[in-house]
Design a binder for this molecule. Structure first.
Ligand code: SAM
Length: 284
């Protein structure tokens, strides 16, 4: 006899403003018997707020495999389960993927509800014209690894969306400026849907000054969206080499010549770019 599984609902929850819970999310959370939550203590007030009586089970990054088995056992008994995370959409830089994969593997129906997601909200406020965008989530916390990750993205003509913690915002913006280029546009989306929501669009090269002008601007939760590469990859690579040589203190002329020889890009254009970089540095 084949098992008839109840569905697994994937339910986004508000990022900060409780009024952002959708009517459908409310209905589902009030109808299911069980809610699998990233942090049960964190989610209990939301469930109380909407009048949901469901029982809670913990499904966080450290117990997700065991939680997946519990969820599957409930679905197999015909009990629908709703999966939620602390804020936003489960599985988006949040636990949930392993539970969803386990449900698919068993043949259970997975029903995703559209709803709050910080990256999507930030992108909608960016006004970038790129057709494509790439969600990166959190960059590595160590600068060397972060810069290496950024280098893999530098030539892509897509808007790039990052999540970042407040204590790393300045270092990340500095590394982005070095690796992606000061001339790109950055959208800073801070504290979305909360009291101190801040949306600021500015050149990436001006972001550090803007953030340090008022320490409050470095507090809270952040999404950073950077406009995509507009140049052909060879130009991007040539400029990357040039920045590398300048960082090694090679004279500008020599650095431009070497980068031109290695990349096949025009020497004069690279020389002008090196001068512009130098000017930016002396303004600091
Ligand atoms: N699953 C969530 C989503 O759908 O957006 C993301 C969870 S991830 C653990 C948390 C990160 O998302 C934060 O560090 C921040 O980068 C971003 N974030 C969450 N809420 C935010 C908000 N209200 N404003 C800006 N960024 C937010």
């Amino acid at each position: 006899m084949t098992t008839e599984y109840a569905p697994l609902y994937v339910v986004p929850t508000p990022l900060g403003n409780l009024a952002d819970i959708s009517e459908r999310a409310r209905d589902v959370l009030c109808a299911v018997g069980w809610v699998a939550a990233e942090d049960t203590r964190h989610s209990a007030p939301l469930l109380r707020y909407i009048g949901a009586k469901a029982r809670l089970l913990a499904a966080h990054a450290h117990n997700e495999n065991a939680a997946a088995e519990r969820v599957l056992a409930l679905l197999a008994k015909g009990e629908a389960v709703a999966l939620i995370s602390d804020a936003g959409t489960p599985g988006i830089s949040d636990p949930g993927a392993r539970i969803v994969a386990r449900a698919h593997a068993a043949g259970a129906r997975v029903i995703p509800l559209p709803g709050p997601c910080a990256a999507v909200a930030a992108l909608s406020a960016a006004g970038f014209s790129e057709t494509h965008w790439l969600f990166f989530g959190f960059l590595p916390s160590k600068s060397g690894q972060r810069r290496a990750a950024l280098r893999t993205l530098a030539a892509l003509p897509y808007a790039l969306a990052f999540y970042e913690a407040p204590h790393r915002i300045l270092e990340s913006v500095a590394d982005m400026t070095e690796e992606l280029g000061a001339e790109r546009t950055l959208l800073i989306a801070r504290e979305l849907s909360k009291q101190f929501e801040t949306i600021r669009r500015l050149p990436l090269g001006e972001a550090a000054d803007w953030l340090t002008a008022d320490p409050m601007r470095q507090k809270g939760e952040f999404v950073l969206v950077v406009s995509g590469a507009t140049e052909e990859p060879p130009a991007t690579e040539a400029k990357r080499l040039l920045r590398l040589f300048l960082a090694e203190n090679l004279p500008i002329k020599q650095a431009a010549k070497l980068a031109a020889t290695l990349s096949g890009h025009g020497k004069n254009e690279l020389y002008a770019y090196a001068l512009a970089l130098k000017e930016l540095k002396t303004e600091d």
